[in-house]
Write a protein that binds this ligand. Structure first.
Ligand code: CAA
Length: 379
């Protein structure tokens, strides 16, 4: 077992750390309050290569491994978890699926701009009545001979309004259960495609989350990815990798909150000494550091297993389940260590605690991860 990162992986981590501290940190609190993320920053992330990290250079991506992706996600998430989810969805839910299952024409037309950061993508699986129960899709794509007609509503879509290209999961044959679900590439602006209301969220407020409405949207036949009925499998396979991205986001929230707590504990004095010299605080820091180390190990094992081409579905579910728990606990303890200062925006940790909660919910709740893990064990 090799616990050393390569020079390339360390360089990626350094670049992400530098970008996060110089470009993302300065206005992160303002973006959280305003619930906006400027397009220019997304373009900058694209120029830095953060939006198509694992995509092949042939299609404008960085050709990097999943370990590098986890390292970059951790660094970005330490500073701005909203930027991190924008990045994660584009990398693992959109570019990865397109590259793995799209045909060459689809890759030339859609993956190239997405992987090079010229366009942004969104992944539309969830619906008002199909969140955890993802096979209960109500959105339909009806075969009209030379095209499909898309009708329905999607909910809680990350990059909902900022995206240009959407991977939309829809029923093509409701008599076939999940084998009657297909996946399509849909462009923003097509007639009948409306962006619905923006959600006013507890955390990751700067990333935009919207509902999407489709009313007789004409999709060219060539925009279906893979075979008819492949859509659910596509979504599950894609989410296996997505969960590594969210695990890395959770890891970054935890390690970012820990770093802030450590610094604060050294600087803040009570009863005549830095609070880092009180055992109550020392024990908290010890627990936080240990839990983060365990979360990092499982994230990296999931990433390495994916890079080795082995089945990583159970490990990615474990990584997300564990890292999101650690993120929630660590950010909560970080607020506690900061006391009253932790409860105000200026010290960042209250935002991180709000941001951490979503990592236990999206891309499969913690309860869904336990279903994935237990089914894998019992299979
Ligand atoms: N990897 C690969 N295939 C999988 C899979 C996985 N992790 N999980 C299920 N499948 C396959 C099964 O093998 C089965 O295929 P076959 O019939 O061909 O063998 C098929 O999918 C159906 O599986 P189940 O019979 O187990 O279906 P189910 O309805 O009982 O439960 C579930 C499936 C695991 C609970 C699934 O519905 C699920 O993962 N739900 C959560 C959905 C989710 O994560 N949503 C997140 C939304 S996206 C998002 O949040 C993005 C964002 O914007 C940030």
């Amino acid at each position: 077992m090799d616990f050393e990162y390569t020079q390339e992986q360390l360089a990626v981590r350094e670049a992400a750390r530098d970008f996060a501290t110089t470009q993302l940190l300065p206005r992160v609190i303002e973006r959280d309050i305003a619930a906006t993320f400027p397009k220019e920053l997304i373009l900058q992330m694209g120029e830095m290569g953060f939006l198509g990290m694992m995509s092949s250079p042939e299609y404008g991506g960085g050709g990097m491994d999943t370990i590098s992706y986890v390292l970059a996600m951790e660094e970005i998430s330490k500073i701005d978890a909203s930027a991190a989810v924008i990045m994660s969805v584009n990398n693992s839910l959109v570019c990865w699926g397109l590259e793995k299952y799209g045909n060459d024409q689809q890759k030339q037309q859609y993956l190239k701009p997405l992987a090079s950061g010229k366009s942004l993508g969104a992944f539309a699986l969830s619906e008002p009545e199909a969140g955890s129960d993802a096979t209960s899709q109500k959105t339909t794509a009806t075969d009209m001979g030379d095209h499909y007609l898309l009708n329905g509503t999607k909910n809680w879509i990350t990059n909902g309004n900022t995206a240009d290209i959407y991977l939309v999961i829809a029923q093509t044959d409701s008599t076939k259960g999940h084998h009657g679900i297909s996946v399509f590439i849909v462009e923003k602006g097509w007639p009948g495609f409306e962006i619905g209301k923006k959600e006013d969220k507890m955390g990751i407020r700067a990333s935009d989350t919207h509902s999407l409405m489709f009313s007789d949207v004409k999709i060219p036949k060539e925009n279906r990815i893979g075979d008819l009925g492949f859509g659910f499998k596509f979504a599950m396979e894609t989410l296996n990798g997505g969960r590594i991205g969210i695990a890395a986001q959770a890891l970054g929230l935890a390690s970012g909150a820990f770093e802030r707590s450590l610094q604060y504990a050294r600087e803040r004095y009570t009863f005549g000494k830095p609070i880092s010299e009180h055992q109550a605080i020392q024990f908290k820091l010890a627990d936080m550091d240990m839990e983060i180390e365990i979360a990092r190990l499982i994230c990296m094992k999931a990433a390495k297993t994916k890079d080795m081409g082995k089945d990583y579905s159970k490990l990615s579910a474990m990584a997300k389940l564990y890292a999101s728990k650690v993120a929630m606990e660590t950010t909560t303890e970080a607020v506690q260590i900061h006391g009253g200062y932790g409860y105000v925006r200026e010290y960042h940790v209250e935002r991180m605690m709000r941001d951490a909660k979503i990592t236990q919910i999206y891309e499969g709740t913690s309860e869904i991860q336990k279903i994935v893990i237990s089914r894998s064990i019992l299979r």
